[in-house]
Design a protein around this ligand. Structure first.
Ligand code: MSP
Length: 658
């Protein structure tokens, strides 16, 4: 046991958001599963999450809402707490960056950085992206001169500011990224070295004077702390660093795992370790970086309108199934694609068919053949050895994968065991054994082995599905003591005369078609309707328009985009409705090409579209632009044919075409 061992795991702190979506869920549910797993192993766990409540964006939103920033964050910050409670996230501490003790620590951190010579005053000239709260250098902007993260416009900004000497840590950071396994997966570390360290690390502007909603610098009160320094500090201020509120630094620092998504990796892999080095604090042991949950290939986000509401999904399929689904689908370090179909099929196959069935069949057989209590006389037989050997190796294998934060693989491992157990039922055919009175001891042995395998699997699944696994364990007659971690590598823990207790079906099978229809009606991609409705779009408008000047041509904005979904327009046999990733989000374009293209042929194509065409409605569907195509006459029959203009797939979405 690890009784006196401490384990500290953190999620990013979230921007208060009126509508958290399942994209937000991944990191926190993943950390919760790891925290529960470590607690099960006997660790003394500190699991931290919270909200990131300062910054210009919040100040602006509060102004629009006609309230103070504090009123604004108070009202919506609790949405996250409600969500975490709903999905059974059992954190140990919740920090808000507006908590007084945190603000005090941030001021002390700035003071120390200044005293140690890592802060200096200068003038900031650069590009600032308000939604991302990020400064960018010219060379970091995207090909359209916009924010490389969200592709929105950046503002030219000049003001007196304090700078953090990030450049002084260049060598040490390169070592951290190349010689240690701080960043996981490793290839992400290489990305950072190539994109940020090799081109030369620049000092970071860490104070602002153009707004007031933030922590005031103690030595220069017209300056507000840069929101990322404020936010990153939470990982130590929540333990009591320089504030006296808690005294947990000695037990929990350095953190064992910081888990973040790829968009905020650079803050955690460059600025954060440099800050800690400057403060003479040890570095966290691991930064685990995961990808996005995408919806039709695009990051799930409210601004794109493709959010999936965790409360809707939880109500329909149960919170455990949603937790299982998102953790199982996300490959280590890469993106995962959410779709209603994938989710429902996953729940049906893994949870209803494989795991749920294994439990209900086994319990039903113990009930039917032995009145619910197994006899103590048992007889070993074929196939037992293989099953037992695999079962006792499961817990150490899952432990390793959880330690590596490879949760999808950990779940796959458990589910492979579940499948093996189902196969064992087919191999041993208990229903045939039951017919022969001489085979009753063998039947008892088979059912006992199945109960044992379920005990091990359900106990290992418990951190991932904390609501239903205790119920599964109760059904097979396992006590709390039978589920202790060390007992999961041992076969034969349940009492020989164990009594089962039939219960509700754990994961009812979902009617795929009915549910998809329902989900599509409540969770749909961007439905934003344009006010403009000019009735029709004439594809021939540009034909014969005569000579135009270059300025006139420049008024037409052409851009590249990827077709991520396509379907026929219901009331028309000519029109197709294309969902296009335009580099900033998804736009819908309706095009009269149904005669020449099947919807499925278009998905994945990189096309060119007119980006600034006034929106129009075609057969009731809003079209936000026009795709470019070539009209030709077919050599074969002289009939008109339309061929879409395609571009090289390597060209990023949203690239201007000139
Ligand atoms: N406030 C910062 C974090 C500061 S940590 C010192 C922030 N907040 S956030 O609310 O925008 O995002 C919180 C986390 O959720 C980030 O890791 C972000 O990438 C993640 N996700 C938001 N949408 C996501 C998906 N669709 N998929 C996976 N994770 C996503 O960033």
């Amino acid at each position: 046991m690890n009784k006196n061992k401490n384990f500290y795991i953190t999620t990013p702190i979230y921007y208060p958001s009126a509508a958290p979506h399942i994209g937000h869920l991944y990191t926190t549910v993943a950390c919760d599963a790891i925290a529960r797993f470590k607690r099960k192993q006997g660790y003394n766990v500190m699991f931290l999450t919270g909200t990131d409540e300062h910054g210009q964006k919040i100040e602006q939103k509060a102004k629009e809402a006609g309230v103070t920033p504090k009123q604004y964050v108070d009202e919506i910050a609790e949405k996250f707490q409600k969500l975490w409670k709903y999905v059974n996230v059992d954190y140990d501490r919740f920090i808000r960056t507006t908590d007084e003790y945190h603000e005090k620590s941030v001021q002390n951190i700035y003071r120390t950085l200044l005293e140690k010579g890592y802060l200096y005053k200068s003038e900031y000239k650069g590009k600032y992206c308000t939604p991302c709260e990020s400064f960018w250098t010219e060379s970091q902007l995207d090909e359209n001169g916009r924010c490389p993260e969200c592709h929105r416009e950046v503002k030219e900004s000049t003001e007196e500011a304090y700078f953090f000497k990030l450049s002084a840590f260049s060598e040490k950071l390169e070592k951290l990224l190349t010689e240690t396994d701080y960043v996981q997966p490793e290839w992400r570390a290489k990305e950072l070295v190539n994109n940020f360290i090799k081109p030369g690390l620049e000092d970071v502007c860490v104070s602002r004077t153009s707004f007031t909603w933030g922590v005031k610098l103690p030595f220069d009160e017209k300056h507000i702390a840069y929101v990322w320094i404020d936010a990153l500090s939470n990982y130590i201020t929540a333990l009591g660093y320089e504030n006296g509120k808690f005294d947990d630094m000695k037990d929990f620092w350095p953190a064992d795992v910081h888990m973040v998504a790829k968009d905020i990796m650079r803050f955690h892999a460059l600025i954060w370790p440099a800050m800690l080095m400057a403060l003479d604090l040890p570095l966290p042991k691991k930064l685990s970086v995961h990808g996005y949950i995408n919806f039709n290939g695009v990051k799930m986000s409210k601004s794109i309108g493709n959010v999936v509401d965790p409360f809707v999904l939880g109500e329909r399929y149960g919170v455990d199934a949603i937790r299982y689904h998102i953790l199982r689908e996300m490959p280590f370090g890469s993106d995962s694609d959410y779709s209603n179909e994938i989710m429902i099929n996953r729940i049906n196959s893994d949870l209803a068919n494989d795991f749920g069935n294994l439990v209900s069949r086994t319990v039903a057989m113990v009930d039917r053949y032995f009145g619910g209590t197994l006899p103590e006389t048992r007889e070993n037989g074929d196939f037992d050895g293989d099953l037992k050997e695999m079962a006792v190796k499961l817990a150490p294998a899952v432990e390793k994968l959880v330690d590596e934060t490879k949760l999808s693989l950990a779940l796959t491992e458990i589910m492979t065991m579940v499948s093996r157990a189902n196969k064992y039922i087919d191999e041993t055919t208990p229903w045939i054994l039951a017919k022969d009175p001489d085979k009753i001891p063998r039947l008892a042995c088979v059912l006992y082995n199945l109960l044992e395998t379920i005990r091990i699997c359900a106990s290992l699944l418990d951190p991932f599905m904390p609501q239903l696994m205790p119920k599964a364990l109760e059904q097979i007659g396992a006590s709390a003591a039978d589920t202790e971690f060390e007992k999961l590598s041992v076969f034969g823990v349940l009492p020989a005369n164990v009594t089962v207790k039939k219960g509700d079906i754990l994961f009812p099978r979902i009617d795929v078609e009915k549910e998809i229809e329902y989900l599509n009606s409540v969770i749909a991609p961007n439905k934003s309707e344009s006010k403009t409705d000019n009735g029709s779009v004439n594809d021939d408008d540009l034909d014969g328009a005569g000579v135009i000047t270059i300025d006139k041509f420049a008024e037409v904005k052409l851009r590249t985009g990827k077709v991520i979904a396509c379907e026929k327009v219901a009331k028309s046999n000519k029109l197709l409705k294309l969902q296009i990733n335009d580099g900033r989000g998804i736009r819908q374009i309706v095009s009269g090409i149904a005669k020449w293209y099947k919807p499925e042929d278009l998905v994945g194509k990189k096309i060119v579209f007119v980006a600034n065409l006034a929106p129009a409605k075609l057969c009731g569907e809003v079209s936000q632009g026009m795709v470019l195509s070539c009209d030709i006459k077919s050599n074969a029959d002289g009939k008109q044919q339309v061929i879409l203009l395609e571009v090289n797939p390597d060209v990023p979405d949203g690239t201007a075409v000139r």
